[in-house]
Design a protein around this ligand. Sequence first.
Ligand code: FDA
Length: 500
Amino acid sequence: ASGDHVPALVIGSGYGGAVTALRLTQSGIATAVVEMGMAWNTAGSDGKVFCNVLNPDQRSYWLRTSTDQPIGYFLGISANKSIGRYTGVLDSEKFAGIRVYQGRGVGGGSLVNGGMAVVPRRDYFAQILPSVDLASMYDTYFPRANTGLGVNAIDPAWFETAECYRFARVGRDQAKASGYPTTFLNNVYDFAYMKQEQANTVPRSALASEVIYGNNHGKRSLDKTYLAAAAATGRLSITAQHVVTAVVPSSAGGYSVTMNQIDTAGAVVATKTVRADKVFFAAGSVGTSKLLVAMRALGKLPNLPDAVGQGWGNNGNVMVARANHIWNTTGALESGMPAMGIDNWADSAGPVFAEIAPFPAGTELWISLYLAITKNPNRAAFSFDSSTGGVGLNWQTAWNQPAIDAAKRVFDTINKKQVTVYRSDLFGVNKVWGDDFTYHPLGGCILNQATDNYGRLPGYPGLYVMDGSLIPGSTGVNPFVTITALAERNIEQILTIDSF
Ligand code: FDA
């Protein structure tokens, strides 16, 4: 409630926020998490909390009147449809040159993502975050993150026979035939549950085209792992549907945090201000960067360093699909959770780590879809627009050319070997590359540049950054394990050194 005083306030309930909340509450510190999205714990009139990708309704998108699907076309025709304007679970946030997909709700991106839990290559991590001690990351914090997240491995024997992974076996075999190694990907989706789905003994989720708009079963999202453990301490409060709009030093000590309570149509129903001794920014790469850049520009946190707002990247994301021959079926039933990746990262002429992605349309489409992660060196910056009061991002679509070039090396080779072609009808009309959106926003508040080596904001004791904005635009694999492990490392140090 307005006027409250809390020892610790966490903005956002994704990976960075959930780790922070657990470790603070376990240390005896009462912690308030403020989340702009909904709690996603109540079933709709269809008995389900989330909708699937085949029948998106108002629950799918954050405050939009039509869907904005990553694969927005089929046979060159728009695949989007009208929906009610609602605080849905997936935000497609539009900047000038890129749409940034993000989860909205208690659990952040963990509600919508594909669950792939991949530890980055050690040598690449050393390149991107040279100030972080490698041994402690790989010996302590990555294992701790995997445990906290509930990461599990697919049973390789089951993978070989499961109908729902035919698409992944086809993708693997075609990659191998072109000389590209593949690797199994761990996941936070409960593979034991998925086996039962395949056997039809439990309600289906991953096997019912559920992904990107949430999973009704099987997914160990943060509300079931880190946040549930934090709640079990009795020291956690989570306030959903509240958007933090300002953080300023308070004359009474600590910081005063202003937030708008919103209804499910996005309308502001109340504005509240609370005082917090410590404030942890965990609103995601975009959310944290936007807030801090605005606070600096408006003179509320004027001494934030110039590096705040810099160094944003899309993890080199680019999507592409291939059309297989009629005899190369990918299956009518595809698990929404990927289980295999093509690893061509060792290719210095264009490192690529590509997830063999599902296209869970519920019907045979002969499509092989990939989300490629590349080493695109381009970086963008956030800046405050005084005319609109908003914060923009100067990424240009053309900056994704290095990602296309690297991915093209791999998929041109596979097409040549298979005598197949790209699909050009899924990302637009006659458009092969899904190059104008990302699932992996990273950076904007880089560790040891915008913050100290543990996420402390210089000049403002008690302000911390804990999320994907710390990572300099790239981590070479799907990012949430990196974000979680880095948050584990930073909060441990903060709890040891800083006084609470
Ligand atoms: P995250 O975005 O998770 O959390 C930030 C939270 O803060 C959100 O809940 C947001 O609503 C809230 N917030 C923002 N501004 C706020 C404000 N002003 N006030 C209050 N709350 C605010 N990664 C991976 O490793 N494997 C995968 O398989 C996938 N797949 C995937 C699919 C899709 C569709 C998406 C969109 C993303 C993925 N990802 C992924 C990426 C992964 O989900 C992402 O990197 C993490 O969720 C980022 O974690 P953070 O803690 O940085 O922010």
